[in-house]
Design a protein around this ligand. Structure first.
Ligand code: FDA
Length: 391
């Protein structure tokens, strides 16, 4: 097999399919090369099978990158409303679950089918099950050799994602390829990932399965969502969010009673002097969590018998309980990867490599990482769309 399109796109994931569809519909002949047997496998498992395909609150400050301004251009030119219009044009039913997160009512398969139809509409071809054996660049042409053939084009788009969930075939292929072309890569690390606890804090692992609404903090970032205790440590949306900002050795803070004003415990001492701390915690939190926190605070007996200083101290600890995770569950469980091909190497308008004309990098492979909640797909759509306008 030999094909000579206008552009070769490596990876039939979210970004690659969007780019292929748009470029094709602009009249470019595109060939997409995919290692897996089917396109869009991460889309299929996303959002618990319902694909949280965008977020209404998309804004550049909800993305992490060495250059926080980089994502602005692409995000402003292809918005959540643009993707939603496409979803609606295909009659795909959707709903807002929470915090601006839009999900399919039915199945993520509808999103993959829609993107496949869009690629076909533009006349693009998708070649699945290809193992790429070589990528070369000479005389203004990129040549991609696979176990099944050879593709040659003046433009090459790297859309092979990041290394999270290696059991699905994810790898650092994009970074290796970028380095081959002399592009710098910001060190990748797992993000949106459960954190693990050991030592003293292992006690909290006994709460496996307990979930509660909290505020989590790491550095300047804070999130109010659910946290979940697991047999290895901490998970749930609030923890996944904060994990992206967490660095090994740093603490994370958890407010177990968000919304309580300063002095609430002293107020309780006045209003209910015969109440116990355990009783108060049980009124607000799952019983097992209340018991562990009360045990740690070691303030037994009625509130009336406890000093104001001790109650103030307990209140402060409950509002900012410090955990020092000993690690994370790594790329095996990370929803995305922070880091990737350095934004300093790319045009924020077209995603083209400044030093290698004709080479583009889009999607998760780039050092742009969104919050949990549809932000990462929105980046994939927007960066894929931006590159497609330039192909
Ligand atoms: P993506 O990973 O989608 O695509 C890359 C493609 O390249 C894949 O098809 C892969 O097989 C292919 N490939 C890799 N190496 C190759 C090679 N050597 N040769 C050829 N092809 C190769 N985000 C969100 O916004 N909402 C959500 O609901 C979720 N849910 C979610 C759940 C889970 C379990 C995970 C792991 C991730 C999410 N995400 C998410 C994140 C989201 O899936 C991710 O950000 C996008 O898929 C990134 O899109 P890309 O196209 O960049 O990579």
């Amino acid at each position: 097999m030999s094909e000579n399109p206008d552009a070769i796109i490596l990876g039939a994931g979210a970004a690659g399919l969007m780019c292929a569809a748009q470029a094709g519909q602009r009249g470019r002949r595109v060939a997409v090369i995919e290692a897996a047997d089917e396109p869009g496998r991460k889309i299929l498992i996303s959002g618990g099978g319902r694909c949280n395909f965008t977020n209404l609150h998309t804004a550049p400050d909800r993305y992490l990158s060495a250059n926080p301004h980089f994502a602005k251009s692409a995000l402003s030119r292809y918005t959540p409303a643009d993707f939603l219009a496409l979803v609606e044009a295909y009659g795909i039913a959707w709903h807002e679950k929470t915090l601006g997160q839009l999900f399919c009512d039915g199945s993520a398969r509808q999103i993959v089918a829609m993107l496949g139809d869009e690629v076909a509409k533009g006349g693009g071809t998708v070649h699945c099950g290809h193992t790429i054996t070589d990528v070369a660049h000479a005389d203004g042409l990129f040549t991609v050799t696979t176990d099944q053939g050879r593709f040659r084009a003046p433009a090459l788009v790297i859309a092979t994602g990041g290394p999270s969930i290696p059991k699905m075939g994810a790898s650092g292929f994009a970074y290796d390829l970028a380095r081959q072309f002399g592009l710098k890569v910001v060190e990748p690390r797992p993000a949106l990932v459960p954190l693990t606890l050991s030592g003293e804090e292992a006690l909290f692992r006994d709460l496996s399965g307990v979930a509660t609404d909290v505020i989590t903090r790491a550095g300047k970032a804070s999130f109010r969502e659910a946290a979940l205790f697991t047999h290895r440590g901490l998970s749930g949306p609030a923890i996944l969010q904060v994990s992206s900002y967490w660095r090994k050795g740093d603490p994370i803070g958890i407010d177990f009673l968000p919304g309580r004003g300063t002095g609430w415990l002293l107020g309780a001492k006045q209003d209910k002097p015969r109440a116990t701390l355990l009783g108060l915690l049980k009124d607000a939190l799952p019983d097992r969590l209340a018991a562990v926190l009360a045990e740690r605070l070691a303030l037994g007996g009625m509130l009336a018998g406890l000093s104001d200083a001790a109650l103030r101290d307990a209140e402060n600890r409950l509002a900012d309980w410090r955990f020092v995770p000993n690690g994370s569950e790594g790329f095996a469980k990370a929803e995305v990867t922070i880091g990737g091909v350095s934004t300093a190497e790319l045009s924020s308008k077209t995603m083209e490599a400044k030093r290698v004309p004709g080479l583009y990098v889009i999607g998760e492979a780039v050092d742009v990482t969104g919050w949990l909640g549809g932000y990462n797909f929105q980046w994939a759509w927007a960066s894929g769309w931006a590159a497609a306008q330039a192909l």
